[in-house]
Write a protein that binds this ligand. Structure first.
Ligand code: ADP
Length: 436
């Protein structure tokens, strides 16, 4: 509003300034023309033999009227008539319209020579012209000055009124808290800010979803941690009551298993929480060495179960992604394939191109996942009952984490049949592909 008012004030000043300059030039032209006409008129009168007696006339000696001129008739160097005898403006040398300095100010004059004995000189001091110019100027300027506060008030009112809906929307947004995330009503919102309100509503929806997820996660985590803690307590009770060496050893073994399961669960929970709160910078990731490094971490387990892991990825397959998250994703998929895979089985990791898509797959020849469980397999804490025996430390979080990472990369995960009865997880990247 301030800028608008400043602009209008500058416009008004500029307008009056240009008017003043134009007015001055037009009036100067007009007065010069008047002097010429007056000189010609006097030369005519003289021709009709009207003799002037300068000192017989009563005249004001000073210039009071706006259109006043000093009219002088000269015979050679001798002044024979003056409309203002007290003003001693001398006869000028140049013919036509000119200006000259006289008694500390500029004068305009017009000299017309009818003959050497009939010289008519009309002159006028500049202050007479300036007085008139200023008078006209002020008459024009004062209405502008008077209008300005009215215009300013009107603008202030219009702008304030125009911004009322924005103020309403801003107040509605201010009322929103993490407990009150109702959408901002879109009715009555001016078109100009509708898109902003729609964006804010989308943000509120995302926030709502994130909060629901967070609450769900905390509830699930608390619930899931209770089971291993109870098991731990139970095993400690058993150990306490154990009498024979045999009983004690069995109890200690069980304690190790429960602790391993809890550790795995906590690790998965932390990985999940980290993923939900930090989305790292997407950078170029070379898939081949990333897969190799994950496989390297499972060498011991693979050896123990005599499982052959193959990385069939070509040397330079680069995608835009979060290498840390991709590594967790591969680790969960390869870890599952090894944990649930049969003894002397195989695990194949491959990367292929299908049209414009890149498909990363992890396949095994283990027990597979029954059809009835496939729809829920990516849910948090969901475990297939029949397969629990293969991985006693499982938490049911691994595939949920994989799904989150897949979504983080705008990719898609599809579960298909693997070798024999095994499973194959295909991750399909569309946008992130760089080059192969
Ligand atoms: P978990 O920690 O139990 O392995 P996941 O979320 O990783 O949790 O997997 C969920 C369930 O899906 C597992 O409990 C398991 O029954 C099944 N599953 C996952 N991967 C495989 C696989 N490669 N072969 C067979 N079953 C699998």
């Amino acid at each position: 509003m301030l800028w608008l008012l400043l602009l209008i004030s500058c416009g008004a000043i500029l307008n009056t300034l240009t008017t003043f300059i134009a007015l001055r030039s037009e009036l100067n032209e007009l007065f010069d023309e008047n002097m010429l006409q007056l000189a010609q008129a006097f030369s005519e009168i003289h021709q009709n033999e009207i003799i002037y007696k300068p000192h017989d006339h009563v005249h004001n000696s000073s210039f009071k009227g706006e259109e006043e001129f000093l009219i002088q008739i000269w015979n050679h160097e001798e002044l024979v008539y003056s409309s203002k005898p007290d003003v001693g403006f001398p006869l000028q040398g140049s013919l036509g319209v000119h200006s000259t300095a006289f008694q500390h100010e500029m004068w305009h004059y017009h000299r017309l020579d009818k003959s050497a004995s009939e010289i008519i000189q009309i002159s006028q001091p500049d202050h007479v012209r300036d007085d008139l110019i200023w008078e006209i100027y002020f008459k024009q300027f004062i209405p502008v000055i008077l209008q300005l506060p009215i215009v300013i008030l009107l603008i202030w009112y219009i702008v304030k009124d125009g911004f009322n809906p924005v103020k309403d929307v801003s107040e509605s947004i201010e009322k929103r808290t993490h407990q009150y995330l109702e959408l901002i009503p879109i009715e009555g919102v001016p078109d100009e800010i509708k898109s902003i309100v729609e964006s804010v509503n989308q943000l509120l929806n995302r926030l709502k979803h994130a909060l629901v997820m967070q609450r769900q996660f905390t509830a699930d985590a608390a619930h899931e941690l209770r089971t291993p803690m109870a098991a731990l307590r139970l095993e400690l009770d058993i150990l306490n009551k154990a009498e024979t060496r045999e009983e004690k050893r069995e109890s200690i073994n069980n304690l190790y298993k429960v602790t391993d399961r809890s550790t795995h669960l906590i690790q998965q929970l932390l990985a999940m929480a980290k993923l939900e709160h930090e989305s790292e910078l997407q950078v170029e990731v070379n898939l081949k060495p990333l897969i190799d490094s994950v496989i390297e971490g499972y060498k011991g387990l693979a050896l123990k179960k005599s499982i052959t892991i193959t990385n069939k990825c070509a040397d330079h397959v680069i995608i835009d992604g979060d290498s840390n998250a991709l590594s967790i994703m591969l680790s969960n998929l390869i870890g599952n394939a090894l944990n649930y895979g049969h003894h002397k089985g195989v695990v194949n990791v491959d990367v292929i191109f299908e049209q414009e898509k890149l498909v990363l797959s992890v396949e095994d020849n283990g027990p597979g996942i029954p059809e009835k469980d496939r729809a829920r397999i990516f849910d948090r804490f969901y475990r297939v009952l029949e397969n629990q025996q293969y991985s006693p430390t499982g938490s049911g979080l691994g595939l949920a984490i994989v799904k989150s990472i897949v979504e983080l990369h705008d990719a898609e995960i599809v579960l298909v049949d693997g070798i024999n009865s095994g499973v194959k997880f295909n991750i399909i990247f569309t946008n992130k592909l760089r080059r192969s």
